[in-house]
Design a protein around this ligand. Sequence first.
Ligand code: FMN
Length: 194
Amino acid sequence: MRTDAAYELLRQFTSPIVAVTSAWQGRTNGMILDSAVRASISPSVPRLSVYVHKWHFSHDLIWNSGKFCVHLLHRGQLELVHQLGFRSGADGDKLAGIPHRIGHIGLPVLEDRVAAFELAVINTMDTGYATLFLGHIEAVHPGKEAEILTPPWFRAHMPKAWEPEWLANYQRAQDAIEAHTQVEDRRWTGPRDS
Ligand SMILES: Cc1cc2nc3c(=O)[nH]c(=O)nc-3n(C[C@H](O)[C@H](O)[C@H](O)COP(=O)(O)O)c2cc1C
């Protein structure tokens, strides 16, 4: 993983660690993000945006279905971060064995959560290496009252044995980003057949 003084300052902009689930054509998946941002200050216009790298399995499920579910997590969920955020759903069903049910708009809603938000995509922005999805919240599922999981807390408390894999994934993502900085003229135009 590469860093410098400016990047350490940029790291202050990360939001809580969340789990994002998705579903398309009978396939479900989950990933981890620290890029979910509230995108409206009106309670009658509840919106969030997430930034998802294009090479993730979740990216295509979200792009094709036009929906995603964001879960606020608590500090007792480090193992979930390892299960969903260290390997790809393209290699196997990551949600098997993780208790969940299907929510109001057909998305997996994890049982263990501080809260879950099911969102419908309303717009996207291409960044070259990623898509920024803007979603409107269609359903809210409250959960456990507990301290939210944040990136600094995760980095300070993740088991030492995970660090080499985490750093290698980070480095691979940095390499892919640096190879795909050219913004594409590509915009989401609606869900594909689900
Ligand atoms: C703490 C943490 C934060 C992450 N933040 C992001 C993020 O903001 N955007 C992103 O695209 N991937 C992020 N990732 C990486 C994905 O969660 C990870 O690569 C995942 O395995 C992708 O799964 P998929 O291929 O099944 O979709 C993060 C991973 C971790 C552990």
